[in-house]
Design a protein around this ligand. Sequence first.
Ligand code: NAD
Length: 372
Amino acid sequence: MTKHSIVILPGDGIGHEVMAEVKKIIHWVSANTDLSFDITEDHLGGTAIDAYGVPLADSTLEKCRAADAVLMGAVGGPQWDKVDYNIRPEAGLLRLRKELELFANLRPAIVFDALVDASTLKAEIVRGLNIMIVRELTGGVYFGSPRGIEDLGNGQRRGVNTQVYTTMEIERVARVAFELARKRHGRVTSCEKANVMESGKLWREDVTALHAREYGDVQLNHMYADNCAMQLLRNPKQFDVIVTDNLFGDILSDEASMLTGSLGMLPSASLGAADENGKRAALYEPVHGSAPDIAGQGKANPLAAILSFAMALTYSFHRGDIGEQIEWAVEDVLAQGIRTGDIMADGCTPVGTAAMGDAVLQTLERQKANAA
Ligand code: NAD
């Protein structure tokens, strides 16, 4: 038995509903594999403001630091619209990412066969799509200084942000991309704007040098970020792993995820540096928010959160085999025509959040019986 510690932060709104389904899957994994989990649950976001007066309590942060992985639902909601900007629910999540130094954001864009018609692109363009975007998450223009808005005194103001990257920041995120490519199809596309930005020129030079030093077995190509935005729509299947900075990654990962058609299907992982024992700080969360419009109604799609736990199995617990089992179960459930409202299609069976979680469990059980 290998025991792993998990902190679960359901957060707000549908976060609670989707994480209840994730817990069912965690229990199934404990009962049916050689993994077991030590689970702690705590508040983040609006519920933390209500419980502790701040969106991320120091005690919660310490539990997250000590854990092998953190699983988060979603934060935010109109109840907390009037709280001070610095302690808004989203500030708790931003602080958690910053304090854990989660510099690599992994956003897979996978088109499941059964959902190929949910994409706004033609089926032949997206069928079988499986790409991974690695976005640098703690540096670049969102954090660089100087920053601010200054009054120029003549009725004019000037807004400033600074795009800044060091070799260390570029190399550590590129390393994550190269390592991922080795376990996938062996191809990395690095995106920047080296033609007009010095930080992009440095990015390209550092990625090229790291590749030559350590990752000659991986195929590397460079692409300007604006071209990448076009290529994602023209021929997304040309990509395996894309690595890019914080700003371009923000945009490109949202663009890529929408190729798949639904917010309720998109998982993510954010990883920190590995320590001497290979352990990394890691946060797994669905891409969607707290969906106040459907919160409390049992309508939310839990699959993004369940697929985020599958990523935790792969990247934190080094059990990609069990992660894949969960992905197959999700694919199978979709093929059975079982759908929450967000992915509903003609002729399919509409279900709520809990029934969708149960369908994944039943499919896991069936897969297990078939394998026996
Ligand atoms: P949202 O993702 O919460 O919702 C957008 C739309 O998608 C809504 O119509 C919602 O009903 C639907 N949707 C989202 N997830 C779904 C799911 N799992 N199943 C079915 N339908 C789903 O985005 P929003 O409405 O812009 O933001 C709502 C709140 O969430 C805000 O407070 C925002 O700040 C917060 N937010 C949090 C995160 C996060 O926690 N990482 C991310 C985005 C937004």
